[in-house]
Each structure stands twice: as structure tokens, then as C-alpha cells.
Design a protein around this ligand. Structure first.
Ligand code: TXA
Ligand code: MG
Length: 318
């Protein structure tokens, strides 16, 4: 791919959606908005197309990707949801939940998507532009977050282009993402297990299931993908957590009563903080903040996913 080539910036109208679908059909990579973050999509049945995702992101190794489909019926054709998966799909799809289940033999998904596993991660996004892209294309779309490997996830088309312009065929611009954090990942291949905290609070999932989830997110012995690795979602500056005030030279990211140079939510609202988190980290990069202090965020509901991302942003780097 020509690194000097520009990426098409598509409007989320009928012409833009059909252009996106045509590019996906050709095996190209197209970024599009979902309610969580922007995804970098490719035809999940086409190994060359999926390899293009890894090349564009500069992912060091092949890790399993989430497949996006337009409906629960499409998802059920790819994986065995089981009774628990049916309950969760009915409760949260379309939406910010990814379910990992045993892949059907005739799913037709490239083994590059599953990294050779016999399970597959599937999500039905709620964003009208994501739905539009999926319906115009008419097939399963593998899509990790549309950022260079290890960097901050994108919640606007501008974020996508800042990281990947010239490396991807196009981005469909659907404005800012409403949730702002990646999907919650639950495995229903066995006893329901929380693999990643995200846009649907674990408490809501447990309420729908009527029982507690097994936690799998901190299984450091077996990190399955970059999002599970210690250092990830990282801004350029080093990050110090649970700061009540800035030390000399630090830029403070506030929350609630702790006012910073920037704030996740002045009113202490976790939903607003989730929606603003990655944009604030991108802004700190744009400000060239070399030392970042972050105010404490309560560790419940969406706060658990926010703290998971902040912990990884603050983790030691090689
Ligand atoms: O909100 C989201 O989920 C976004 C948007 C674009 O949909 N996508 C996203 O994809 O965050 P990505 O590639 O950054 O994260 C994929 C995660 C991996 O970290 C891995 O833990 C999990 O999905 N995963 C995928 N397939 C899996 C499998 N078969 N078993 C266990 N985990 C899997
Ligand atoms: Mg990611």
C-alpha cells in the first residue's frame, strides 16, 4: 500500500455507505464509527483483507478480532450463543457488548480473525452508521479499534486520520462516539466470564444473567490480545493515577470535585467521563503533555472500564 496515498473521508450518507461497502468488497480496510469507538473494518471471510488490518495498525502479532454483524440472527449463524448468550444478546444487542462463543463449522470466518482459536468474538453494534455499513456490505466485518497498535482508541474520525491517514482506504465520518469505551467482552463458551470491562457495566450483565460473572480480565498468564496487555491505550506522556493535585510539570486530568487542566466530568458523571476519556487522552497528546496526572475515578459501573483503560495507559512501557 502506498503510504503517501490519502484515505477517503466519507460522509455517512447513502453514497458514502455504498462506497464503504464497495471498498470492503474489494478487500480494503475501512474505518467506521460504532457507539463504542471507531473500528477498522475488513471482510472477515477474506484473509488478505484481514491481514491488511494488522498491517495498517502495525500490530506486532496476530490476535483475535471482533466480528461485527447487523443482527442477532447473523450472529447466531456464526457462533453457538447458548442459553446465557441468548439472554445477553436479547438484553444488550444491538449495543456495547461482545460475546465470545464456540464458532460454527460453517461460519466461513478467516482463521486470521480467530488467531486459530475455535471460539469467535461477535458484536452487533447499535450505531446507525455501523449498521448502515454492515447492511450495505452484507457480510461479517472484522474490526479492532481504528488506532495504531498500543495507542489511544479513536472516538472521532479526526482521531482515526491522525493515526492512520494514508494507511487505510477510507473512514466514514459519523461524528463522536456516544459510549466512548470499547465493548464489554463476555465469553459464553462455558460459564459466562468477563474478558474485558467496557461500555456495558458488569453489574448490568450480572443482573440480566441473574448471577455473578467469573472474572477473566486480569488473567495475566494468558493475555489474548493487545487490549489485555499491561501497556495499552497510551498517550505519549507518562501517566500517574489517583492524583488529588498536579505536581510541578504535570498536566492534571480532573474528575468531579478535582478540577484539572482538562476534566473527564466536572459533575462526576461516569457516562460523560467514559465518552470523554479517549478524547481527553488525544488532547493531552496534542498539548504535548509530558507528565499527566489523573484524578481518582470511582471503581463501579462504567468506572471499572475507565479505570481498566487508565491502568493500562499508566503501565510501564518498553
Ligand atoms: O468496542 C469494541 O469492541 C471495538 C469496536 C470497534 O467494536 N473493537 C475492539 O476490538 O475493541 P479490539 O480488536 O481492539 O479488541 C478485541 C478484543 C481482544 O482484546 C480480545 O481480548 C478479544 O477481543 N477477543 C477476540 N476474540 C476472542 C476470542 N476468541 N476469545 C477471547 N477473546 C477474544
Ligand atoms: Mg483496541
Amino acid at each position: 500500500r502506498n503510504a503517501n496515498a490519502t484515505s477517503e473521508h466519507l460522509r455517512p450518507d447513502a453514497a458514502g455507505l455504498s462506497r464503504a461497502a464497495a471498498l470492503l468488497t474489494q478487500g480494503a480496510c475501512v474505518a467506521f464509527p460504532t457507539e463504542t469507538v471507531y473500528g477498522l473494518g475488513a471482510d472477515a471471510r477474506n484473509a488478505d483483507a484481514v491481514a491488511g488490518i494488522y498491517a495498517a495498525k502495525g500490530r506486532p502479532s496476530f490476535n483475535p478480532l471482533i466480528v461485527h454483524v447487523a443482527s442477532l440472527a447473523d450472529a447466531a449463524g456464526l457462533i453457538d450463543l447458548g442459553a446465557d448468550g441468548q439472554v445477553l444478546a436479547q438484553a444488550f444487542w444491538p449495543g456495547a457488548l461482545t460475546l465470545v462463543g464456540r464458532m460454527r463449522a460453517d461460519a466461513g470466518i478467516s482463521s486470521l480473525v480467530t488467531a486459530g482459536l475455535d471460539t469467535l468474538a461477535v458484536r452487533v453494534p447499535d450505531h446507525p452508521v455501523a449498521q448502515g455499513v454492515l447492511r450495505a456490505f452484507g457480510g461479517p466485518v472484522a474490526a479492532p479499534s481504528a488506532n495504531p497498535s498500543g495507542r489511544i482508541s479513536p472516538t472521532t474520525a479526526a482521531h482515526v486520520l491522525a493515526g492512520l491517514a494514508g494507511r487505510i482506504a477510507a473512514v466514514v465520518d459519523g461524528g463522536a462516539c456516544g459510549v466512548g469505551l470499547e465493548s464489554t467482552i463476555v465469553s459464553v463458551a462455558g460459564t459466562p466470564r468477563l474478558l474485558r470491562a467496557g461500555g456495558v457495566p458488569a453489574e448490568a450483565i450480572e443482573a440480566a444473567l441473574g448471577r455473578a460473572l467469573t472474572a477473566g480480565e486480569d488473567d495475566a498468564a494468558a493475555p489474548t490480545a493487545p487490549g489485555q496487555l499491561a501497556s495499552h491505550y497510551a498517550p505519549r506522556g507518562r501517566v500517574r493515577l489517583n492524583a488529588v493535585q498536579a505536581l510541578p510539570g504535570e498536566t492534571l486530568l480532573g474528575f468531579g470535585a478535582i478540577a484539572g487542566d482538562l476534566t473527564l466530568s466536572a459533575s462526576g458523571d461516569l457516562q460523560e467521563a467514559a465518552a470523554r476519556l479517549f478524547d481527553c487522552l488525544h488532547r493531552l497528546d496534542a498539548m504535548e503533555a509530558s507528565a499527566i496526572a489523573v484524578a481518582p475515578v470511582p471503581d463501579h459501573g462504567l468506572g471499572r472500564a475507565i479505570n481498566d483503560r487508565l491502568k493500562r495507559a499508566a503501565a510501564p512501557r518498553d
